[in-house]
Design a protein around this ligand. Structure first.
Ligand code: APR
Ligand code: ZN
Length: 264
């Protein structure tokens, strides 16, 4: 990919975004890679070290809640040390400049690391939950509503794995495991926005996990454009109108700079 090709693609992407009324960004673990948070399916990714069936399914949790809790507390420790990177800040910038131009911008993220919020975005839909929230595993319990939980080590809990103070059931991270339904309001709102969006900027996702990965397909089916930023092709590249190969931390700020220029 010649740099002038990339330059042309950045201009083309910025033109599509500047013309749009409703812009979405659909993000995956790749947008947080430059913050030092491992992705899942890249080499050295989480699913190379752990088996999904041991740490990210309801069955795994029932079988060995202590091991699952240790997995998530390790991830919380790593995420706590991480900061938003230029890709996150570019999307926070984009939300601000689009809002100032009377347009709408939403992030629909698969990530549970909270970095979009820390970067300053307001309109965020978290499809797979948020690692900083915990809830009672008994859905009939009043504590099944997720509550903020900054603890990152077993010693910080009265008992481990932690139990609910009101019903005694196990507490669990507020994240969506394989085989579980996504939060209904989150997926319904995401699909509604995807059907109305003029463009969805897909950043750092393999597009391997559904129903989340339907989002760009829905936008395309309703006549919206798909822009993809990734260091390599993904299963979404074939439906992208503009594919920008490179690091999100390098490409997104350049796209946002061109959008600012176009909106002047
Ligand atoms: N810039 C842009 N893209 C990147 C970067 C980067 N710096 N680094 C990695 N990527 C890309 C990879 O090429 C890959 O396509 O990010 C993507 C990461 O893919 P996955 O590891 O599969 O992560 P993700 O798509 O978010 O996984 C979806 O799967 O395991 C579940 O719940 C988990 O939400 C997750 C879901
Ligand atoms: Zn309870």
């Amino acid at each position: 990919m010649q740099s002038d090709d990339l330059k042309d693609l950045i201009l083309e992407a910025a033109k599509i975004i500047a013309r749009a009324k409703l812009v979405l960004s659909f993000t995956g673990a790749g947008i947080s890679a430059e913050s030092g948070i491992p992705t899942f399916r890249d080499s050295g990714g989480l699913w190379e070290k752990y088996r999904v069936e041991d740490v990210a399914t309801p069955e795994a949790f029932m079988r060995n809640p202590k091991f699952v809790w240790e997995f998530y507390l390790e991830r919380k420790k790593k995420i706590k040390e991480a900061n938003p990177n230029p890709a996150h800040y570019a999307l926070a910038d984009l939300e601000r400049i689009l809002r100032e131009s009377g347009k709408s911008f939403y992030i629909i993220t698969q990530n549970i690391d909270n970095l979009h919020r820390e970067a300053g975005n307001k309109n965020i839909i978290e499809l797979h939950g948020n690692i900083w929230y915990t809830k009672c595993s008994n859905s009939f319990c009043e504590k099944s509503r997720p509550f903020y939980d900054p603890r990152t080590s077993p010693e910080e809990y009265e008992d481990f794995p932690p139990r609910c103070s009101s019903c005694g059931s196990l507490l669990r991270p507020h994240v969506v495991w394989f085989g579980e339904p996504l939060p209904e309001d989150a997926i319904n709102e995401s699909f509604r926005l995807a059907s109305l969006a003029d463009v969805v900027i897909v950043v750092g996702t393999s597009g391997a996990v559904f129903p989340a990965a339907y989002v760009p397909y829905i936008t395309r089916e309703h006549g919206g454009k798909v822009i993809e930023v990734n260091i390599r092709t993904s299963s979404l590249t074939s439906i992208s109108d503009v594919f920008l190969m490179g690091r999100a931390g390098e490409i997104l700020p350049r796209i946002v700079e061109e959008v600012k220029r176009a909106l002047k």
